[in-house]
Design a protein around this ligand. Structure first.
Ligand SMILES: *Cc1c(COP(=O)(O)O)cnc(C)c1O
Ligand SMILES: [Zn+2]
Length: 421
C-alpha cells in the first residue's frame, strides 16, 4: 500500500491519475506527485524510516512506487561529512558535505532519480527505457537498466568527452549521439517518447524520476540527527534537485520528523551557464535561456525545465544564488580534495565555489550551519584537471636521492609558511 494520492498540477492543482504524464491539460503546468500526508501520520516515523534498508528505499513511503523497488537496492544513503578542516579554512562554524560523489553504482546523484524511474517503468509495463543526458544520467540509466535486464537507449549531445562515453558504453546500452546541445537532445526525446512509447526517464516519467531527488534531502536531515541545516547550497542544472531537497525538508516538517527551522536554499551555477542565478540576482520574474560555455558540462543546461521552480524556492526560503567561473571551479575542486579528501567533478567544484562566494558576501552567515551538496565524482572528468599540477619529481631508486629531495621539500615549505612563533 502506498501513500500516493495523484499527480497534481503545480499551477492550477488539477489532479490526474498515476500514469506517464508530464504536464497539465489545462495550462501545460508541470505535474508533481501528491501524497496523502494525513494518512502517513503515526505510520511514517523516525523509527519506521530508521528500520528501513541502508539505501534510498528507506524513504519508500515518501516515494511514488506501488510495489517493491526494482532498482537501486544499494543507491543513496551516501555519507554526510562534517567538514571541519574545510570549515576552518573558510572561517565558518558548522559545515557539512553531502557526498553523492560516492553514490552507488555510477557515482553521481542521478542514481537516486533513476532508481525510482526504473522501478516506475516496470510498474507501467515499459520494456525500453531511455534518457536525454549530459553524461551522468546516461551512466546511471545504462547501469541500472543492465542490472534490471531492461533495454536502454541513451541520447546524448555528439561531443561528450571520451571518459563519459566509456562510462556509459560499458553497460551496453544503445547510445545515440545527437548533433546539437542538451536542449536539442531533450526536444528530440519528447518526440521519441510519444512515438515509440518508451520510458524516457527524464521526459515522460519525469514526475516520478524527480521525486527520487528528495532522498538527497531526506538523508541530509536524518544524518544530521533529524535536524535541518540553516543553509543548503545545491547545484542547478535542469532544476530538479534543488526544489526537491526543499520539498523533502518540508515533508519532514509536515510529518513532525524535524523542527521547522526555516532552512534557506541557495542555487549554484557555472558562470558560463547561469540563467537561473542571473535572474535571481536581477530579481527578474523569469530567466532568460543561455548557450552554455563552461567546464561544468554535467550542469550546463541553458534552458532548465524547472528553473522557474528553483527561483520560487529560493525566494520562498529566503536564500540566494551565486555563479563560479571555470578557474574558481577548479580551485574549489582542489580545495575540497586537499582539505577533506573528496574528489568531485566540476559540478561539485561549482557548488563549493558558490558556497564560498555566498559566505564571503554575507548571504550565508559564518556562524550558521551549512550543507554543500556534492553531486558527482571527479574521476569521471579527469581531463578538466589536466595541467593543474606540477610534474612530480623523478629520482633514481637510491635513498640518497630521496634524502636530498625531502630536504628540498622541507626547505621550500619553511620558506612558504610564515613562522607563527
Ligand atoms: C544532473 C546533475 C546535477 C543537477 O541537475 P538538476 O537537473 O538540476 O537536478 C548536479 N550535479 C551533477 C553532477 C549532475 O549530474
Ligand atoms: Zn494546471
Amino acid at each position: 500500500m502506498s501513500f500516493v494520492h495523484a499527480l497534481r498540477c503545480k499551477e492550477c492543482d488539477a489532479e490526474y491519475p498515476i500514469t506517464p504524464r508530464t504536464v497539465c491539460d489545462h495550462d501545460f503546468g508541470p505535474v508533481e506527485v501528491a501524497y496523502d500526508y494525513d494518512r502517513m501520520k503515526g505510520k511514517v516515523t523516525r523509527e519506521s524510516i530508521a528500520a528501513g534498508p541502508q539505501s534510498l528505499w528507506r524513504y519508500r513511503d515518501l516515494l511514488p512506487i506501488e510495489g517493491e523497488p526494482r532498482a537501486g537496492f544499494n543507491s543513496g544513503w551516501t555519507p554526510l561529512i562534517k567538514a571541519d578542516r574545510l570549515a576552518a579554512e573558510l572561517g565558518v562554524k558548522e559545515l557539512y558535505i553531502k557526498d553523492d560523489s560516492v553514490n552507488y553504482p555510477t557515482f553521481s546523484y542521478k542514481d537516486r532519480v533513476v532508481s525510482v524511474a526504473i522501478t516506475k517503468a516496470f510498474e507501467f509495463g515499459f520494456d525500453t527505457v531511455g534518457c536525454a543526458s549530459t553524461g551522468n544520467l546516461a551512466h546511471s540509466v545504462a547501469a541500472h537498466s543492465a542490472a534490471a535486464g531492461l533495454r536502454a537507449f541513451v541520447m546524448i549531445p555528439h561531443d561528450l568527452e571520451e571518459g563519459k562515453m566509456v562510462g556509459m558504453s560499458v553497460f551496453a546500452p544503445r547510445v545515440v549521439r545527437i548533433k546539437g546541445n542538451y536542449d536539442d537532445v531533450n526536444r528530440l526525446c519528447s518526440q521519441i517518447a510519444d512515438k515509440y512509447n518508451w520510458a524516457i526517464v527524464n521526459v515522460n516519467l519525469r514526475p516520478y524520476y524527480t521525486e527520487g531527488a528528495k532522498t538527497h534531502g531526506f538523508e541530509i536531515a536524518e544524518q544530521l540527527g533529524w535536524k535541518l541545516p540553516a543553509h543548503t547550497v545545491s547545484p542547478v542544472a535542469g532544476g530538479t534537485i534543488l526544489p526537491k531537497i526543499y520539498k523533502a525538508y518540508q515533508e519532514f516538517i509536515k510529518l513532525g520528523l524535524v523542527a521547522d527551522t526555516k532552512p534557506k536554499m541557495h542555487a549554484a551555477q557555472a558562470a558560463g551557464c547561469n540563467p537561473v542565478v542571473k535572474a535571481i540576482e536581477e530579481e527578474a520574474e523569469l530567466f532568460r535561456p543561455q548557450k552554455p560555455n563552461t567546464i561544468a558540462k554535467s550542469i550546463a543546461i541553458g534552458n532548465p525545465a524547472d528553473g522557474y521552480y528553483v527561483m520560487k524556492v529560493i525566494r520562498d526560503s529566503g536564500g540566494f544564488g551565486a555563479s563560479a567561473t571555470d578557474p574558481e571551479i577548479l580551485d574549489a575542486i582542489k580545495l575540497l580534495a586537499r582539505t577533506e579528501g573528496i574528489f568531485t567533478e566540476p559540478a561539485g567544484g561549482t557548488t563549493l565555489a558558490c558556497a564560498i562566494k555566498l559566505i564571503q558576501s554575507g548571504r550565508i552567515p559564518r556562524d550558521e550551519s551549512i550543507c554543500v551538496c556534492i553531486t558527482g565524482n571527479g574521476l569521471k572528468t579527469l581531463e578538466v584537471m589536466a595541467g593543474q599540477f606540477a610534474h612530480a619529481p623523478v629520482i633514481n631508486a637510491k635513498l640518497g636521492e630521496f634524502d636530498s629531495l625531502v630536504t628540498q621539500i622541507e626547505e621550500s615549505q619553511k620558506a612558504a609558511t610564515p613562522s607563527k612563533v
